[in-house]
Design a protein. Structure first.
Ligand SMILES: [Zn+2]
Length: 481
């Protein structure tokens, strides 16, 4: 008896020693010094004007083509030097592909992407805006309007930085390619997909591609009060499943034991009862390594010892919807249609379940899993709308390209903590893996917690000072590359 107590005590002692040793020796990967800062000034006026063009993305038959043409003209008028120095191609009517030829052909091109289209403003919420959503009005140092963050902020900052660099007489040694899509918000089929195809056809091998998706996040990462530069190294996949049943209906006074609506309901319940398991994907393991050492002691201990504290970390992240989405493939019912009248048994029912896939979960696996779980001969499970995409490949966060990007971010924001990240939504970035395996998603526009709901929401806005820093970020990135 005494001996076993001794062994258990000794075992615990060793365990605690390992946990503490790992915690105290847990340090963030060391990045080399920041790049020399290229400080550029901006008053944000051009972004403010850019917002006034209502470049809302719609399928081509509903799109207002003239507003995209007007926006192109605005760019040409606002950035005359850029349009003189860079070659410009129009792709599929509205996307813009620019090339700034570098003097050193041995350097692979840097590709910066962005999109000029924006999501519409929900009519019911128009009055909730502090400034009219397409006014570009400046209030309290903020530029307001749809697209201020997503994604005209980045697009105009890129162009403004180049216009500035040309004014200073800068000539690039590395070729710079700008790829600005016009339909990112509806899938990027005409824009990014086509531009990436053109680049591939030309044999372009990019040094790296930088797209939107990551951010300068202040007060957003749990446990960190300061600013974290979240660089998206992968983005989640997407699939929706249709769960349907067709069965005999009839009068509600003489119901059969099961009808279509009840069958689909039962199937959906089975899915709901079986969420996909929590797990770490490679971008999140990177996040753990980069963020962990900066956390308060207890959290740091958990992050330093994921082999032991995985469930605690998962529980912490499951407290918020966005945290939870980082550690599992999400599953949510988004549509349910059935029934016509209170005294008629419906003959048909249909529900749609949307999934956002962690790297490693394919749409086929999700479909097979749902069929196995539902296991009901009257219920059909199919992929909805023929649209499915696995998570993107993972761009290496230990690469020199990632480090270069981090150094440019640190030049402008010296106090920032850098971390790899998994992007929860879809971006144009996924199309560009055909020309490089280094696609990084990062917008230099700083965001606070309450800004997250402004993206695609009410009162989208950006601080002029934050926007000006974005111009300096792109200047620093381009000039040093
Ligand atoms: Zn966007």
């Amino acid at each position: 008896m005494k001996k076993s107590i001794l062994i258990v005590t000794l075992g615990l002692f060793v365990l605690v020693a390992i946990v503490l040793f790992r915690t105290f020796s847990f340090t963030a990967p060391q990045l080399s010094n920041a790049l020399p800062l290229v400080e550029l000034k901006s008053d944000g006026k051009l972004l403010s004007q850019a917002i006034t063009y209502e470049t809302i993305s719609h399928k081509s038959e509903m799109r207002n083509d003239s507003v995209f043409v007007a926006f192109h003209n605005f760019l040409q008028d606002s950035f005359p030097k850029l349009h003189k120095e860079l070659s410009r191609e129009v792709v599929n009517e509205h996307s813009l592909l620019y090339t700034w030829k570098g003097s050193d052909p041995s350097k692979k091109p840097l590709v910066l992407t962005g999109h000029m289209d924006v999501v519409p403003v929900d009519y019911a919420s128009r009055n909730d805006w502090d400034a009219s959503p397409f006014s570009g009005e400046i209030l309290d140092g903020n530029i307001y309007g749809r697209g201020a963050i997503d994604d005209k902020g980045s697009l105009i900052a890129i162009m403004e930085s180049i216009e500035n660099l040309i004014s200073q007489g800068f000539e690039p040694s590395r070729t710079l390619i700008l790829a600005f899509g016009h339909d990112e918000e509806i899938g990027g089929d005409e824009g990014a997909k086509e531009m990436s195809r053109i680049l591939e056809e030309r044999g372009t091998e990019a040094w790296m591609v930088i797209d939107e998706g990551g951010t300068l996040a202040t007060g957003i990462v749990p446990g960190i009060d300061g600013t974290v530069a979240l660089i998206g190294t992968s983005e989640k996949g997407y699939v929706s499943l249709e769960v349907s049943a067709d069965m005999g209906g009839g009068h509600s006074s003489m119901p059969e034991p099961m009808n279509a609506l009840e069958a689909v309901n039962r199937a959906i319940y089975k899915l709901k009862e079986n969420p996909l398991p929590d797990r770490f994907s490679e971008p999140i393991l990177g996040f753990v390594d980069y963020i962990g050492p900066h956390l308060p002691f207890v959290q740091k201990m958990a992050f330093a010892n994921t082999w032991l504290f995985k469930p605690i970390i998962f529980n912490t992240y499951k407290k918020s919807a966005s945290g939870s989405a980082l550690v599992h493939t999400t599953q949510v019912v988004t549509m349910f249609n059935s029934g016509l009248k209170d005294n008629v048994v419906p003959t048909r029912a249909r529900a749609v379940v949307n999934y956002r896939l962690l790297p490693g979960d394919s749409p086929e696996v999700i479909l097979g899993r749902a069929k196995d779980l539902i296991n009901d001969t009257v219920v059909k499970v199919t992929i909805y709308d023929d649209f499915e995409v696995s998570a993107s490949p993972i761009s290496d966060h230990s690469s020199s390209e990632f480090e270069f990007l981090a150094q440019a971010i640190q030049a402008v924001n010296p106090e920032v903590i850098i971390s790899p990240y998994l992007v929860l939504g879809a971006t144009d970035g996924r199309y560009y893996y055909n020309i490089t395996d280094k696609v990084f998603r990062f917008s230099p526009i700083p965001l606070k917690k309450d800004d997250l709901s402004r993206i695609h929401g009410v009162n989208e806005r950006v601080l002029i000072t934050g926007y000006a820093k974005s111009v300096s970020f792109y200047g620093t990135l381009i000039k040093n590359s």
